[in-house]
Design a protein around this ligand. Structure first.
Ligand code: ZN
Length: 253
């Protein structure tokens, strides 16, 4: 009797277990079917003789329009703005400089370190061309090396500023462009000078690496002044000087 009772109890538990499994399976099946029905409704009618066509999901009744695409991009898709977005998309500098700035601030320029990381093993040394014995990273090349820091010091002197700047490009730009926080216009002008410096350093490096040309520090400083003045003058024809802290004015010539 005891044995039969145990057998009956075990069979009962198995039945309950099977019931739970069956319920779970049916629940899973109903979810799958409902998802499949949603997919079918999104795809539209399928069948022989029905032509496939593109459909603009954000506005299926009217179809694609620039307005709906703009609305999608600006309101429906969360966009994380890149750091230093205002520097990258500075309205004064030419487009090629905006692209350069984006690559610079996102460490996408083909420095020796970046080329090496992508599997391009260079025939010559992977060290900085300045002869300092340090790997050529973007941070080192643009703000850390003696070659570039001499230029930054000259430019800071020209601006009437004394003090150290960070050795990391992203920190460097933040500090440099906010030295004289007297307004949006001034900040844009300092961004232009910062970009002109970086551009000159990058061109000097490329000239040295690819054309075996050397530019003196004085030439580099003049290049920065002329380039930034030209960009500012093109944007604003009556531009003559930059106003700085305390009502001082920075002349280019
Ligand atoms: Zn160096």
């Amino acid at each position: 009797m005891g044995k039969g009772y145990c057998f009956g109890r075990i069979a009962g538990w198995r039945a309950v277990l099977c019931l739970f499994v069956l319920i779970d399976f049916l629940r899973w099946l109903s979810i799958k079917i409902s998802r499949w029905l949603i997919c079918i409704s999104e795809v539209g009618t399928l069948g022989v003789g029905v032509m496939d066509k593109w459909m603009w999901c954000p506005d299926p009744s009217i179809g694609y329009s620039v307005r709906s695409a703009y609305h999608l991009l600006t309101h429906l898709i969360p966009v994380t703005l890149a750091a230093h977005n205002d520097v990258i998309w500075n309205k004064v500098v030419p487009l090629k400089l905006s692209l350069f700035a984006w690559r610079l601030l996102n460490n996408r320029l083909p420095s020796k370190e970046n080329l090496n990381r992508r599997g391009m093993h260079l025939e010559d040394s992977e060290l900085c061309l300045g002869g300092c014995g340090v790997a050529e990273t973007i941070d080192h090349l643009v703000v850390g090396c003696d070659m570039s820091s001499s230029l930054w010091i000259k430019i800071l002197n020209w601006l009437g500023i004394f003090g150290p700047l960070p050795n990391v490009v992203t920190d460097h730009v933040s500090q440099f462009c906010n030295i004289f926080p007297i307004g949006k216009v001034s900040q844009i002008e300092f961004q232009v000078i910062w970009l002109a410096c970086c551009w000159s350093i990058w061109k000097k490096r490329n000239n040295r690496l690819l054309a075996y040309k050397e530019l003196s520090l004085e030439t580099l400083v003049e290049n920065v002044k002329i380039t930034s003045w030209r960009w500012l003058k093109t944007h604003k024809h009556d531009f003559d000087m930059i106003s700085t802290r305390g009502g001082l004015f920075l002349k280019f010539v």
